[in-house]
Design a protein around this ligand. Sequence first.
Ligand SMILES: [Zn+2]
Length: 151
Amino acid sequence: MESSKAKFENKSPSVAGLSYHEMLTRALQKIPKDIQTPISIEMPQFNVQKETTRTIILNWGEIIDKYNIDEKLLLRFLQKRLGTIGMPQHGKLYLQGAFTRVRLNRLLEVFMKEYVICDVCGRPHSTIIREKGKLIKKCLACGAWRAVEKP
Ligand SMILES: [Zn+2]
């Protein structure tokens, strides 16, 4: 019984000279690593240095790089919400006015959910595409997309 069963399994059809198992292995290898693993996003947090007349976001460049964020978009978003102007310089952001760490991080979280984190797969791999004056958020991991409001 055992040997005949083994023979039957070996007869699984081969495609292009590859067995089912080989094809499966190849297919899995083609999927990027981060799609195979479950999602666990840690919301990024600004490191903030608050002074009397200005606020400095110390890890601005780090967060921009890590999440491949559209810097102009995030800057515009913050400027609009805070009613001030900001100047990125050497990986830091200098904001005119004094703002708390809590307020800035709350805004960062809103921004991440709206412009960075995919609504379908939940991964922080979205890119912002400008098309005919509109903004499209497209996920590079799963391909989902949707129009988003300009900040
Ligand atoms: Zn996605």
